[in-house]
Design a protein around this ligand. Structure first.
Ligand SMILES: [Zn+2]
Length: 314
């Protein structure tokens, strides 16, 4: 098992650029741009992975990471192109993917996102997994153009389509296909090399995540470069492997449910044990993944913790 990673034969050009923050009190973030086509670059920094399209029509980006780091992010995009950022597509509502909306929007970009992203950003969001509330975002951070199914931008010589995938990581996810460049941005539907977070409180389900990954596999071919929401670049084979892994987790947890096990008993049965030391140590643990699966499959719409277990993971 390659744990969903990109094959070593990958020959994409990479260089490291350190963007120095204008605000001295902020730690400088290292941004890693990876050229994927003549117009599309993946930028990894702090927060979700970004796709930047830069060409004759200007610049547009998929996601914009964390709010306090927006100046640094924009500076790193400026090293790719100094033309204006015209559009942002948000893949979902989490703060490490929409944080730059307000500043980049005020500078002139049009923010585009699924209807449910705007909906969730408009109201306070309590989350049982983090046991914390994300307050509503200011008006300037909200998407201006929203869609319910899919939307296509015709820019920089290609069609770029965001496809809504229902109830996966959240209830507002999109995966974005750059048809000419043959690049697919999966947002947080795809955590590469680690267990996924499924935001049950935000409308996510394991079943929806599996269906969304299947949609990505369907859109891709053997040459497609696949951007994960978090983790390294991947490809169709990596996405297929991740799909099969999620299906195995689903089937195992469903079998435990069918035997009448409680959540606590299902966690104790350790159905993910073989991957826990490979995929379960970066962030999400095996116990948490089993909880996402169990609650998804039993229709519980938020994260829960077994009664007698004290958790030390947050
Ligand atoms: Zn997310």
């Amino acid at each position: 098992m390659q744990v969903f990673r990109f094959p070593l034969a990958a020959t994409v050009a990479s260089l490291v650029v350190s963007a120095v923050s204008a605000q001295a009190q902020q730690q400088a973030v290292e941004y890693l741009p990876t050229t994927l086509s003549p117009t599309v670059t993946m930028v990894q920094g702090r927060g979700g992975n970004i796709a930047v399209s830069a060409g004759e029509d200007g610049v547009f980006i998929i996601d914009d990471q964390l709010e306090p780091l927006t100046d640094q992010l924009v500076a790193s995009i400026r090293t790719i192109s100094d033309r204006p950022i015209r559009f942002v597509i948000n893949t979902h509502y989490h703060g490490d993917h929409v944080g730059g909306n307000e500043k980049i929007g005020k500078a002139g970009a049009v923010i585009i996102a699924h209807d449910n992203i705007r909906e969730r950003m408009t109201t306070d969001q309590f989350n049982h997994f983090f046991n914390d509330t994300t307050p509503a975002w200011p008006k300037a951070a909200l998407p201006v153009v929203t869609f319910n199914d899919q939307v296509t931008l015709h820019l920089n010589g290609e069609a770029v389509t965001a496809y809504h995938v229902p109830r996966g990581h959240t209830d507002g996810d999109s995966i974005v296909m750059f048809a000419g460049s043959n690049v697919l941005h999966m947002g947080d539907i795809f955590f590469n090399g680690r267990y996924p977070y499924i935001d049950l409180d935000g409308g996510g389900t394991l079943q929806g995540m599996i269906a969304a990954v299947a949609k990505g596999v369907e859109l891709a071919n053997d040459d497609t470069k696949v951007i994960a929401g978090h983790g390294p670049l991947s490809d169709r084979a990596g996405l297929q492997e991740y799909h099969d892994f999620l299906v195995t987790v689903r089937d195992r947890v469903q079998a435990l449910i069918d035997r009448g096990m409680t959540l606590q008993q299902a966690i104790a049965a350790k159905p993910t044990a073989e991957w826990d030391s490979i995929l379960g140590e970066t962030w999400i643990t095996g116990d948490q993944l089993v909880t996402f699966a169990y609650n998804s499959l039993t229709g519980v719409d938020h994260f829960t913790r077994p009664e007698s277990t004290t958790t030390t993971t947050e």
